[in-house]
Design a protein around this ligand. Structure first.
Ligand code: HEC
Ligand code: HEC
Length: 357
């Protein structure tokens, strides 16, 4: 159902792009506005900031820049919001992929962000931008790699080589961002610094990094229930030596897991990414949970370790909340789950094989 509606909107947008004028978008009702604002606060403020300014955590981009909303409505907003960007801190929030929001809610939040931005859409086509990929590579390495990463993996700026982003964003959308920049962010408009030809070249180079992203329909795992918080209930306390009174290293956590110590591990990311890969035994407790509710079944004397991919923002936020509620035996995994995986430590993931089963 959800997918069908998305597809419907895509073809509508494509038709619109053939005309120069874009029709105005629907206005949210008062009730939809209220729900969207509340959803933004609950789910997005942590990284994108109270005022949608971006760069609060994890270099999450601005969600109010003029060029983004001029060129990206609705899909450059809707799709990352719905499906996330694999391998980055941006998880998917749509219920279909295991997130907390309905299809109506992700659409309304998209429109809400657009209304807040106060800009008008410009018409872009979905035509490819042609350029010389080799020349584009040279420009990229010289001008862009310092922020976006040598392989487009993202350093202080979005991962331009990210297959999810490349699958979602059209060439003209990418070029528009390069030409105009993103106002009030470190991304300058390059139209004065680079020739139009080089802008096309670098756009073509970025496009050439797309490695084909298939939007599989995930098979969702059963979430664990609250009586499953504690792993190895018969084990001993891990007795971690915490750095700065809060951080546990991946090395110490792995050793504790292998020695079957008694612990609770909370995955504090949006639940859709817990579905994709998580540290075995971890319990999904997203940063936006109602912490007062969970304390009913949560023991105070068992060591709790929280982690995220941020690498620490959501986990620190969660531990702060828990400590306020009297949970002193709480720690944050220093490296986050990407650091953990980078070290080669094991995660449980949803593989193609699982889906076929
Ligand atoms: C844990 C931090 C985090 C949270 C929470 C988060 N985001 Fe993001 N978001 C990111 C990061 C990091 C990126 C950039 C990823 C990349 O491409 O490298 C991003 C990218 C995006 C983009 C793409 C923007 C662009 O310029 O291409 C949109 C739209 C977006 N997020 C919307 C949201 C919304 C809406 C919410 C709340 C429902 C949300 N995000 C919650 C971290 C987060
Ligand atoms: C000083 C660091 C820096 C440099 C250099 C830089 N960028 Fe960026 N770029 C950013 C940041 C930060 C963002 C995200 C801005 C925001 O919305 O908050 C961004 C956003 C973008 C986006 C939009 C991505 C999206 O999903 O919305 C594109 C495309 C892009 N940059 C391409 C380039 C290219 C091509 C170059 C080189 C010609 C370049 N950038 C150089 C920092 C940089």
């Amino acid at each position: 159902m959800g997918l069908i509606m998305l597809v419907g909107q895509i073809s509508l947008a494509a038709e619109n792009n053939e005309n120069d004028k874009l029709p105005p978008l629907r206005k949210l009702t008062q009730e939809q506005t209220k729900v969207a604002a509340a959803n933004y606060k609950k789910y997005c403020v942590l990284c994108h900031g109270e005022d949608r300014q971006g760069h609060v955590n994890d270099h999450a981009p601005s969600l109010r820049s003029k060029s983004l909303f001029e060129s990206g409505m609705p899909h450059a907003i809707l799709r990352p919001l719905s499906y996330g960007r694999k391998g980055t801190a941006m998880g998917g929030y749509l219920d279909e992929v295991g997130g907390p929001m309905t299809l109506d809610e992700v659409w309304d939040l998209t429109y809400w962000l657009y209304e807040k931005s106060g800009v008008e859409r410009v018409a872009l086509t979905t035509n490819p931008v042609h350029g010389d990929i080799d020349h584009g590579k040279v420009v990229y390495e010289k001008e862009c790699a310092s922020c976006h990463g040598v392989s487009g993996e993202g350093v202080t700026a979005p991962a331009l080589g990210n297959p999810s982003a490349l699958a979602h964003n059209s060439d003209e959308f990418i070029r528009y961002a390069i030409v105009n920049g993103r106002e009030n962010t470190p991304m300058i408009g390059w139209k004065e610094k680079l020739s139009a030809e080089d802008i096309d070249n670098v756009t073509a180079f970025i496009r050439s990094r797309a490695s084909g992203w298939v939007d599989d329909k995930p098979v969702l795992q059963q979430l664990p229930t609250r009586d499953q918080y504690v792993i190895n209930p018969a084990g001993e306390d891990p007795d971690f030596a915490l750095k700065d009174g809060i951080f546990v290293s991946s090395e110490d956590l792995l050793a504790a897991l292998q020695a079957r110590k008694k612990m609770i591990i909370f995955d504090t990311r949006v639940t859709s990414v817990w579905q994709v890969a998580h540290i075995e035994g971890s319990f999904p407790l997203p940063y936006y949970s109602d912490f007062n509710k969970i304390t009913k079944d949560l023991p105070k004397d068992v060591q709790i370790v929280a982690y995220c991919s941020c690498p620490r923002a959501a986990a620190e936020y969660t531990v702060e909340k828990l400590r306020k509620l009297g949970y002193r035996k709480t720690a944050v995994l220093y490296e986050g789950i990407f650091g953990w995986q980078f070290l080669g430590y094991p995660v449980t993931r949803r593989d193609i094989a699982d889906i076929v089963d």
